[in-house]
Design a protein around this ligand. Sequence first.
Ligand SMILES: [Zn+2]
Length: 293
Amino acid sequence: MAAGSSHSDSRPGKPMVVRGFAIQIRPSEWEEMRTAGIVARVRMKVDFSSTHRRFVLCAEESGGATVNIGHYCGFLPLAGDPTFFARPVTLAMPNTVHADVSAASLVSVEMLRYGTTYTLNIFLHWLTASTGPDVLPVHRQKLLFSASRGVLSQPLWQDGKTAQVGALIPAFYRRTGDPLLIPSALHEVVGAITDAVCCVGCRKTHFLALKPVTLTEGLGVSRIHQLNPRATVPAVASAATLPTVQAGKNKKRRDRRKAKQMIARQTTDAVLPKATEAVAGALEAPRLQEVTP
Ligand SMILES: [Zn+2]
């Protein structure tokens, strides 16, 4: 499974929409979900965060179920990501949006249930470094787990079920009968989404209480994906978004330069005028502002 990338809309200033990670759903199932009002938004946008001075991924946890069919897509951050933001949405219609989430990297978890048959897709998404707020980064994704025709015979959508929440997950197999094992780092989230696709008339988030995902060797991504601490854009490049802060910095630099020039004039006046200019020029060099995860 190789890391993939998508760059569907590279125009700066407009959020880029990423959709290429959704489960393939048959027209008859789409029609049944449309009639039932189940809306799972399997997509994310790439947008610029002024707070973190970098591009982040923005998505909506959404979906729900009827007795017959369920479809849900949720998102989790990686452990230790300081850019993660989540906001529950409670005003929406049942079986639609339940939360807004955004972070520099996100794990998408999508499940489709028809009767007692389950399909599951889990991807890791991240962005390449960008040189400025007008230069869109490239979205990258890697499949962590994918399986179809999973079976779970217990009807979790019935009222009065005795099973503990998140305790049951479908069993997935290859055609040969070999079991497809879900990596242990993803067990909790698969339990949560199994409940979500059985949640008839779903009205609340199933993901916000879960632990962030920790990348382990078992997921096969710990080597290729590392949070990039230098992904923030240069402070000079985003001056337009933070005029007050940047103006203050410029004034401090000017004051520092004047003070140095005055000292230099007093000590080496007419001897090294070019050297002092060189020092002042060095102070003007743009510096990257970093966010340490
Ligand atoms: Zn629910």
